[in-house]
Design a protein around this ligand. Structure first.
Ligand code: XMP
Length: 513
């Protein structure tokens, strides 16, 4: 896609790099993250309006530390170095960076020390977020000090003639109170960007692009009901109409009434003519007696491909597969390199494009989840649908612990529906990233009326998170938990005990399997 107002972020490994991109996009300017080694030819091709050098975990003066290509400073494009990025600028122009006696971590007060385009209309003495072990002891040549803090006498620098700026603190972090104003100054005051990165513009240009790419050929989409693939399907439908084939596979591992609701919603409102296949028996029979979580995941992934491929064959030659891949999955980030142990095999429609010889169309490869949601709203999807908690591909199969049977799934479905309904009634559903019930593979003793019972345990899970990578358990009030527990035990046959999971991620994961 052609963007006229891009900001390029070069990643030096900071944990905050994605946040920089998000903040810029929140100001309606498109931004893209690339590794610090991104070649100068490619940078020229992108022709950004500004370049940001991110923070990073190393010391800029260390031998193996990632360095910045000097050619960047000759492009005539404004540059902003953040933390490590500012130290790179300093070294580039003959300044000195040294280890500080004490690492500065946390809040500091920013004292503006001179005129700077970066700090126009920024309040003096505002709180900024620091996280660094090195600091600048000699100003680079041609630069001036724009701000100080108690522990960093050189906290912000600039060379206005060259349009190069540096800040020691992190403007992208919410703790930096004037962070938005500072980033906006860089975008609009210094780089002269236009605020044109909006859902309407995105939809318009993507529809055009997809139309041109697919032409009169056919595309297929697996509609699970997840937000990303659903919004992608609606967008592609806008572009190619009847040439989009949508298939919904009911794996039998869906929540209460879920498959029927999804199909109805899309057919009624979007004219998608979903082909709905009830493959629950096949999934159940292949999963019979399987207890090992990774094995369950693999069986579900493979069965899905078999069912989908078999159905797709009926529609002749199909050239494209639509997928809702998001930007965080494609960023070649320095910070996540090397972390490749498989904790869980994720089930999505991976494996299909090669098997069926199709090309991928991924309209959201450049977007964050909240941007896809904004596009969903713009396309008219209802809030209950867009704000729904994430649901894993293998569905309830990873929430019925141990082996899976239809009866166990039904017990879990009932308990889960009560839990979620109560959350909605209490008005707290949107405060929670993800919540669900889990059926444990143990029986416990209870007493009902005068009778002894020996029945199942339901565990409730609810977490807050921003991306699912880390999570904390949600603090319900006790009355809410009591009410849910009573309702589940009273109305779900076969359950006589309810527990609440108070583990965070890490060390636990969100799903139990
Ligand atoms: P964990 O359990 O790994 O989950 O902490 C993190 C997030 O990923 C979801 N999840 C999946 N999503 N296919 C998916 O599309 C999968 O196979 C899968 N497994 C886990 C999980 O629900 C949580 O939101």
């Amino acid at each position: 896609m052609i963007h006229l107002n891009d900001i390029l972020i070069l990643d030096f490994g900071s944990q905050y790099t994605q946040l920089i991109a998000r903040r810029i996009r929140e100001s309606k300017v498109y931004s893209e993250i690339h590794p610090h080694s991104f070649s100068i030819e490619k940078i020229k091709e992108l022709n950004p309006k500004g370049i940001i050098l991110s923070g990073g975990p190393m010391s800029a003066f260390e031998e193996d530390s990632p360095q910045v290509n000097s050619e960047i400073f000759k492009l005539g494009v404004p540059v902003l170095g953040i933390c490590y990025g500012m130290q790179l600028v300093t070294l580039e122009y003959g300044g000195v960076v040294e280890p500080a006696e004490h690492r500065e971590y946390g809040k500091a007060s920013l004292q503006i020390a001179g005129e700077s385009k970066l700090f126009e209309n920024v309040k003096d003495n505002s709180t900024v977020w620091m996280s660094h072990g090195d600091y600048i002891t000699k100003l680079p040549e041609g630069f001036k000090v724009d701000a100080k803090s108690e522990n960093s006498p050189i906290c912000a620098i600039s060379n206005p003639a060259k349009n190069i700026y540096g800040v020691q603190f992190h403007p992208e972090v919410a703790h930096t109170l004037e962070g938005k104003a500072i980033i906006d100054n860089f975008l609009f005051n210094i780089c002269k960007c236009k605020a044109d990165w909006t859902p309407e513009n995105f939809i318009q240009s993507s529809v055009e692009e997809i139309k041109n790419k697919i032409g009169g050929k056919k595309a297929i989409c697996a509609l699970s009901g997840g937000v990303d693939s659903s919004v992608a399907a609606i967008l592609v439908k806008k572009a190619i109409g009847e040439n989009l084939i949508c298939i919904h596979v009911d794996t039998g591992m869906m929540r209460k009434n879920e498959s029927a609701d999804i199909v109805k919603m899309f057919n009624d409102n979007y004219d998608l003519h979903i082909i709905s296949i009830d493959a629950s028996e096949m999934f159940l029979s292949r999963l019979e007696g399987v207890t090992e979580p990774e094995k369950k995941r693999k069986i579900i992934g493979n069965t899905f491909i078999d069912v989908f491929e078999e159905e797709a064959k009926k529609y002749g030659e199909i050239d494209y597969l639509i997928q809702g891949t998001l930007y965080p999955d494609v960023i070649e980030s320095v910070s996540v390199k090397g972390q490749s142990v498989t904790i869980k095999t994720h089930h999505n429609v991976g494996g299909l494009p090669e098997k069926m010889d199709m090309s991928l169309i991924e309209p959201f490869r450049e977007l964050f989840k909240d941007e896809v949601r904004a596009i969903g709203y713009e396309l008219g999807l209802p809030k209950e649908f867009i704000a729904r908690h994430p649901f894993p591909g293998p569905g309830l199969a990873v929430r019925v612990l141990s082996d899976i049977t239809k009866d166990k799934l039904d017990v879990l479905r009932e308990a889960d529906a009560i839990y979620i309904d109560e959350m909605q009634a209490a008005g707290i559903y949107d405060d929670i990233w993800q919540a669900f019930a889990v059926l444990l593979p143990v029986q416990t003793v209870g007493v009902m009326g005068d009778k002894r019972t020996y029945e199942n345990v339901i565990a409730l899970r609810a977490v807050t998170s921003t991306d699912g990578m880390t999570a904390d358990w949600f603090r319900f009030d006790y009355d809410f938990l009591e009410n849910v527990s009573n309702k589940i035990i009273r109305s779900v046959r076969g359950v006589n005990r309810v527990c609440y999971d108070i583990s965070s991620k890490p060390p636990s994961t969100i799903e139990w399997e």
